[in-house]
Design a protein around this ligand. Structure first.
Ligand code: SAM
Length: 242
């Protein structure tokens, strides 16, 4: 997933979501507990948000399952100030922290045979155990069809040294995205084909799962002023004292 051509295209042409979400996330973190300064950035991609967290004075740890994304994150000047880990966010042991963020739908990628809600339930328990009281857990996901239209779509985007073409099939309880990407990498036109299996969620059930894990959660159609696309929600969960 997110092989080198798509990693290049995403980093070059699809950064608007992360940039739009960041101010709301930084504002909420600044209003929360101050110690320890550690914040995890799950599904950090090429690390734009991780670097912004580090620049804001946090001990930022970016985690991504894509080797190509982590390579890009590490290669950016200043990237060394943030720690980047190549791993699945479901396998990482969190240390005590004030924030855990997952911007750009990283929590939606699950193969069809996997119980996505069960996987998130485990993640929520681990996040609750690591966050100090008042700590922030925020992420965005896609919600089920009754909460918006079907998401079947085809699209093409061309930009600085890349071309991406995708078809999304809305299968009701999940989406399947077929993505063909070409990109100039080290002077060579390189192509990749990927299929992304994406789970869609029931917002009240997510809030209830978070409540059971020890969070008080609210759901929004945007990160404050930054509105999300149709059938997307941002979840802001605060760790309650246990
Ligand atoms: C749409 S990109 C968003 C990247 C970045 N957060 C942003 O907003 O630009 C989704 C990212 O989630 C990562 N991802 C998906 N499943 C993951 C997992 N289980 N563990 C870690 N990263 C994951 C992908 O590799 C990809 O980099």
């Amino acid at each position: 997933m997110y092989h080198p051509p798509l990693a290049h295209a995403h980093t070059t042409g699809f950064a608007a979501h992360a940039r739009g979400a960041l101010p709301a996330v930084l504002r909420r973190l600044a209003a929360g507990p101050v110690s320890p300064r550690r914040v995890y950035d799950l599904g950090c991609g090429a690390g734009e948000t991780t670097r912004a967290l580090a620049a804001a004075g946090y001990d930022a740890i970016g985690i991504d399952v894509s080797a190509a994304m982590i390579d890009r994150a590490r290669a950016v000047p200043g990237g060394a100030d943030a720690g980047f880990v190549h791993a699945s966010l479901y396998d990482v042991a969190f240390k005590t922290c004030v924030g855990i963020i997952a911007i750009g739908e990283p929590l939606t990628y699950h193969r069809p045979e996997v119980d996505a809600f069960a996987r998130l339930t485990g993640l929520f328990a681990r996040a609750a155990a690591a966050l100090v009281p008042g700590g922030l857990f925020t992420f965005d996901v896609i919600v089920r069809r009754p909460e918006g239209p079907a998401l079947d779509a085809t699209g093409v985007r061309e930009g600085d040294g890349y071309r991406v073409e995708w078809t999304t099939r809305d299968l009701g309880d999940r989406l399947e995205r077929h993505i063909q990407t070409g990109a100039w990498l080290d002077g060579v036109w390189t192509e990749s084909t990927e299929v992304h299996h994406v789970a869609v969620f029931d917002a009240p059930r997510l809030v209830s799962l978070l409540g059971a894990a020890g969070f008080e959660a609210t759901v929004s159609t945007g990160y404050d002023d930054f509105a999300l696309a149709v059938r997307r929600i941002a979840v802001f969960a605060t760790r309650m004292p246990s």
